[in-house]
Design a protein around this ligand. Structure first.
Ligand code: GYE
Length: 308
């Protein structure tokens, strides 16, 4: 018969009900983002956590709506990668009132009340900007001047704000460097190409350095520079942030000079945080990833083993 002794009307099932995590992803803008999504998905599976994954496709309104749907569904924990730093107070307040803890993945928010989220898991963007600048200071010749073009990430996003600020701080006071233009981008390859075309139309051969807030924009800029007839990595020094496999490849063939590392593999830490939180532990306000920098020799070494 179908009778299974000991399995009394679902009681066992209820006790073993998996944790439900709602994740509101910001979009699919970059190679970094794809690797991040994959990391969250596979880590949830490995941890036995039921993941409700939704993608806001770069719309902050959509991201707010998704979070509201998660609140309505009474998920156990909400995590999201906030598109911008501001504009979250109301929805975070709603989550708090519903008793659902929120974890920030890879981008921070600015809200008057910092009890509206439990923890931030990701990188120190200002430090990434500083490291990009300090490498440039070390590489640059002593008696030359350098005109710099900056390709920023999404306006008001934590990584764009931090990477700009840290880099500005890093070159400040060194007279060799002049930031001649800083364009607002969106972390995509297409926008990087378009902005670099604009920079080349305006400044032509007077551009010595390009600092892109992520790999994808740097890769787009490389295309624009080549189309213009200059050699990326030689005629123009290129620096990016993320250090995905595509960037390491570009470095290894000399088209990109430096990639500051920003790790997208945040899934396992997120799942651990979810379990710790529901197990009654208090989470640290910030869980910061430690990261390196890639120049040519190192890029060549790790290229084969890099899986994103
Ligand atoms: O660097 C960029 C992405 O939020 C840290 O977003 C992330 C950034 C990453 O699209 O490539």
């Amino acid at each position: 018969s179908d009778y299974v002794p000991g399995n009394i009307s679902g009681i066992k099932d209820r006790n073993e009900k998996p944790i439900v995590l709602g994740f509101a992803q910001v979009g699919t803008e970059s190679g970094w983002r794809i690797a991040h999504t994959n990391s969250v998905m596979s880590a949830a599976q490995n941890a036995g956590i039921q993941l409700l994954y939704e993608n806001a496709e770069q719309s902050q309104e959509r991201q707010v709506e998704i979070i509201r749907e998660f609140i309505r569904k009474k998920v156990d924990v909400i995590a999201f990668s906030p598109k911008t730093e501001t504009g979250w107070d109301e929805v975070l307040q709603e989550a708090k009132e519903a008793g659902i803890p929120v974890i920030l993945s890879d981008r921070e928010v600015k809200a008057a009340d910092d009890t509206l989220w439990t923890s931030y898991i990701g990188s120190d963007f200002r430090d990434e900007g500083r490291r990009a600048a300090s490498w440039l200071l070390g590489e640059a010749e002593p008696d030359r001047s350098y005109n710099i073009i900056e390709l920023q990430g999404t306006p008001d996003s934590a990584p764009a704000i931090g990477r700009k600020r840290g880099f500005d701080e890093g070159i400040a006071g060194d007279e060799r460097f002049r930031l001649i233009a800083s364009y607002e981008g969106d972390f995509t390859r297409g926008k990087g190409k378009e902005l670099m075309e604009r920079a080349l139309r305006t400044y032509g051969g007077d551009i010595h350095v390009v600092y892109a807030h992520n790999d994808d924009m740097a890769l787009g800029a490389i295309q624009a520079i080549e189309n213009y007839g200059l050699k990326p990595g030689k005629d123009i020094i290129l620096i990016s942030v993320d250090a995905t496999k595509a960037a390491l490849k570009a470095i290894s063939i000399g088209k990109l000079n430096l990639a500051v590392e920003c790790s997208p593999l945040l899934g396992p830490q997120l799942m651990k945080a979810v379990k710790d939180l529901l197990g009654g532990q208090e989470l640290p306000m910030k869980i910061i990833t430690s990261e390196g920098m890639f120049t040519q020799s190192l890029a060549k070494k790790v290229l084969a083993s890099r899986d994103y």
